[in-house]
Design a protein around this ligand. Structure first.
Ligand SMILES: Nc1ncnc2c1ncn2[C@@H]1O[C@H](COP(=O)(O)OP(=O)(O)O)[C@@H](O)[C@H]1O
Ligand SMILES: [Mg+2]
Length: 377
């Protein structure tokens, strides 16, 4: 435990306003700004034998290097199938997938998979391997020497919040669900892959553990900047994690947009329904304060009288704070407590304005969607 505590104390002590996030002391081989892959889907089709329609139906989209992209949609819409086409656990019937411009079929599938981290629900750990042996699988396949593997395993266990001295020799059955997922993430990161695929990795966890792991995954992504494709059916998880969200329905992509655009301007009634966008309070609980805050200007007040809110907090919390404190505005702060914006009641009101389901933008070929009148204020 001491190692972990020491690190977080160190991190805390080095937090000073105006500096970026503190660096950890442990030397992790993957450095920030390391290589991140671009993934391009070109008209990808997968039809299962006997199925009446494709599970993945002409999907075309590009995931830019270093982006955290979430595939969102109801059960059975083809998210897992699409993900497994990337690391060739499945092969497409049509179209192709390019990683950094090179088709995935250019390499033998096992070699491709060694370059792509993969995390699934229940972690998929080998039950008869220790934590250390589980994390060391891919470096072992890559022929790293023992001391390099051991150092890497320790660094990764630290990174995911499992003190190595305590956890290295345990077996998966001796870990909680959350700890197993942490080991799963460490294992996926072991060989510094430029791409990480994650299929509902937190689906089986309780709400608190889930939120904590979501925050830690964001932190890891902020630090290393891999390209991440993450599957979920949970809109809250999607908006918390994503730079961009791909909404899927019956094998097709219905909208590929920022979380804010998905919530504020759903492309059609299906997306609006998925988001619960007609419910103002629900919508406010899906929009990050930082995404609608105005800029922070020199001279804007900072004082104990002006309440502060994290830019990652949702607007619903900001509204509660504004009302509770009777304050005209909030200071929006980043993870290091630096002021980065201001939020007024009018900003919240703008975000709660009635929906335009995006149908005006796309024209008459989209069926009109009834728009509910805004509740009287
Ligand atoms: N191995 C498989 N064999 C046959 N059909 C499958 C297989 N895997 C998935 N499917 C079908 O493909 C569709 C999409 O499934 P899946 O990609 O698992 O959806 P999701 O991950 O969004 O819940 C479903 O209709 C499912 O029944
Ligand atoms: Mg699935």
């Amino acid at each position: 435990m001491l190692a972990g505590c020491g690190d977080s104390l160190y991190a805390y002590a080095s937090l000073t306003p105006g500096t970026s996030a503190p660096r950890r002391r442990t030397a992790i081989a993957t450095e920030p700004g390391g290589h991140a892959a671009a993934i391009t889907f070109e008209s990808v089709v997968k039809t299962w034998p006997g199925a009446t329609r494709p599970a993945v139906d002409h999907v075309s989209l590009t995931v830019e290097p270093g982006r955290f992209v979430v595939l969102l949609g109801p059960s059975g819409c083809g998210k897992t199938t699409l993900l497994k086409l990337v690391n060739r656990l499945y092969e497409p019937d049509g179209g192709q997938i390019l990683i950094d411009g090179q088709t995935t079929t250019a390499l033998p599938a096992p070699e491709l998979r060694r370059r792509i981290g993969y995390v699934i629900q229940q972690a998929g750990l080998f039950p008869h391997y220790t934590v250390e042996a589980n994390v060391a699988v891919v470096p072992g396949l890559l022929g790293w020497d023992k001391s390099r593997i051991r150092a890497r395993v320790d660094d990764l266990l630290e990174l995911v919040g499992l003190p190595p001295a305590e956890y290295r020799q345990r077996y998966p059955s001796q870990l909680s669900g959350g700890e197993q997922q942490r080991v799963g993430i460490a294992r996926a990161l072991a060989a510094e892959p430029p791409t990480l695929l994650m299929d509902e990795p937190f689906g089986a966890l309780d709400a608190i553990t889930r939120t904590r792991l979501q925050d830690e995954l964001r932190r890891i992504h902020n630090r290393f900047g891999q390209t991440i494709l993450f599957v979920t059916h949970d809109i809250e998880e999607a908006v918390r994690l994503a730079d961009k969200i791909v909404v899927m329905r019956t094998g097709e992509v219905v909208q590929y947009d920022s979380p804010l655009a998905i919530v504020m301007e759903p492309a059609d009634a299906f997306v609006a329904d998925l988001v619960g966008a007609d419910d103002v309070l629900r919508r406010l609980s899906l929009i990050e304060t930082g995404s609608v805050a105005g800029p922070f200007r020199p001279g804007d007040p900072i004082s104990p009288e002006v309440p502060a809110i994290s830019r990652r907090s949702m607007l619903r919390e900001a509204l509660e704070l504004l009302l509770e404190r009777g304050a005209p505005q909030l200071v929006v702060i980043d993870e290091d407590a630096n002021p980065v914006g201001t939020l007024r009641l009018s900003d919240v009101q703008t975000a709660s304005a009635p929906l335009r389901h995006g149908d005006e933008a796309t024209g008459a070929d989209v069926a009109p969607v009834p728009v509910r009148p805004a509740p009287a204020r």
